[in-house]
Design a protein around this ligand. Structure first.
Ligand SMILES: Cc1cc2nc3c(=O)[nH]c(=O)nc-3n(C[C@H](O)[C@H](O)[C@H](O)COP(=O)(O)O)c2cc1C
Length: 454
């Protein structure tokens, strides 16, 4: 059928444009010509463009005044990016724990570059694909996950907000994604298992100088139903986290003149902190001191691949090695029996100017394909949006982890804040996939992403 287009209001059909024609040449008397032209132009204004006094019936549907909502839940719902949750987190959390979370090592170059790596891409969408339903589900380390992202291990989490590990593990359980408890977590392995009994709980291990204590932890993790052990290998010594040094950050936060002043405008955090169980650790008895001292006293700079072999023999579940920063090391840990690697520089908190995990992806993917290895490639560091996750998957990651992105949610609003962070990421991923013309994660390829030069 052919469509013909008619003027909708014949009366409004524009008069012939005579503005370029000299008035005398158009046959009008000199002097009267300008007024005539103006009148003709006025007659040509469509009725819809003529001004009139507004009627109440026009205004009524536009008036949607609502009672302003100041509840935490409403504020969380208004946040539509992880960056906005970060702003809320910063307002609510004292400077020392906020900086402990937000900060990175030395000049924080690694973290900045990791985030820039995600910004320096261009998506290459396909058009006219049926994207009416988007499936973000995937399998990771032998089991399904509803989203291609899990929660990374983070230490001292109840110091950031008193719900800490309970909020993280329960939000992950509700979202159908894995949760990783850190060796430095502030809830025990058993308490997390009890809080999120239907969740997929993983345990992150720092290998200890004391092998018997490592063994004890591994046994507890297995007994509590953790199916995956994630051993972190990038912390031979503590990174220089200068914000912590400047803030005099201690575990637990000490009451000094500075912190008491800080407390005066963040009373809710202090109230929560002081009215809940004191901080205890997943694996340590109570500790008082600086983070760097704690790491340095706990970790073993003499660890080698032989220790990884010992771990492989000891742990019967899935074993992944976190903190892989070169293609050669990715291959090597898989040769030593790892089921997966986490390409990570610890969120930029250890070595500054470290390799950026996103840039490592193509090399690791190629090496694993060449070796016919089905080891999982997991990526973290720098993820602040669902689009970052989709870009990582397109470049070859099987799965991703988030650290700060969920911690900002936690500091902004406890469990509800973590839920909100996960909702934001899920929405971002769904939208990005649809706009890319992709309905399943398996359809993502490196061709969907072009890396721009800086
Ligand atoms: C506050 C904080 C504490 C962390 N604690 C640990 C930890 O105890 N064990 C570990 O393996 N990684 C730890 N990490 C690193 C994370 O597991 C993850 O690698 C990192 O946060 C990823 O970067 P992102 O924060 O940009 O997502 C920590 C990260 C943060 C931000």
């Amino acid at each position: 059928m052919t469509h013909t287009i008619q003027p909708s209001n014949p009366e409004a059909t524009p008069a012939p444009d005579t503005t370029d024609v000299p008035a005398t040449a158009a046959g009008a008397a000199p002097g009267a010509s300008l007024t005539g032209a103006v009148n003709r132009a006025a007659a040509a204004i469509p009725a819809a463009l003529k001004r009139r006094v507004p009627k109440y019936s026009d205004l009524a549907p536009l008036m949607q005044f609502k009672k302003p909502e100041f509840s935490r839940a409403a504020k969380l719902q208004r946040a539509s990016t992880i960056w906005e949750l970060r702003d809320m987190a910063k307002r609510r959390t004292p400077q020392a724990p906020f900086d402990y979370t937000d900060g990175a090592a030395e000049a924080e170059i690694t973290l900045r570059r990791a985030r820039e790596a995600f910004l320096d891409i261009e998506f290459r969408p396909g058009i006219l694909r049926n994207v009416s339903s988007i499936d973000l589900g995937t399998d990771i380390l032998g089991k399904p996950s509803r989203l291609p992202v899990g929660i990374a291990p983070t230490g001292f989490t109840r110091m950031m907000q008193s719900e800490g590990e309970y909020a993280g593990s329960q939000a992950a359980e509700a979202a159908g994604i894995p949760y990783t408890l850190s060796t430095m977590g502030t809830a025990s392995i058993e308490d997390v298992a009890e809080a999120a009994p239907n969740g997929r709980n993983w345990f992150q291990l720092y290998l200890w100088t004391d092998r018997d204590r490592s063994l004890e932890l591994i046994e507890r993790a297995a007994k509590a139903g953790n199916d995956t052990l994630m051993v972190t290998v990038d912390t031979a010594v503590a990174g220089a986290r200068l914000r912590d040094v400047r803030n005099g950050m201690t575990i637990p936060p000490a009451l000094t003149i500075k912190t008491v002043l800080d407390a005066s405008y963040r009373p809710a955090w202090w109230f929560n902190f002081l009215t809940h169980e004191p901080l205890t650790f997943a694996s340590l008895s109570r500790y008082t001191g600086t983070v760097a001292d704690l790491i340095n006293s706990m970790f073993d700079p003499t660890l080698t691949f032989e220790d990884l072999d010992w771990l492989r023999e000891t742990w019967k579940g899935k074993l992944v090695v976190k903190g892989i920063q070169t293609v050669e090391d990715a291959r090597k840990v898989v040769d030593h029996g790892a089921d997966g690697v986490v390409l990570s520089n610890h969120g930029g908190r250890q070595l500054d100017r470290a390799p950026i995990p996103f840039h490592l992806l193509p090399g690791v993917k190629e090496a694993f394909t060449k070796d016919h290895s089905d080891a999982a490639i997991i990526l973290d560091t720098g993820i602040m949006s669902g689009a970052d996750i989709i870009a990582a998957l397109a470049q070859g990651a099987d799965f991703t982890l988030i650290g700060r992105a969920y911690l900002y949610g936690l500091m902004a609003g406890g469990r509800a804040g973590v839920d909100r962070a996960l909702q934001i990421l899920e929405k971002d991923m769904t939208r990005t996939m649809a706009l890319l013309g992709v309905s399943k994660l398996s359809e993502l390829t490196p061709d969907h992403v072009r890396i721009l030069g800086r």
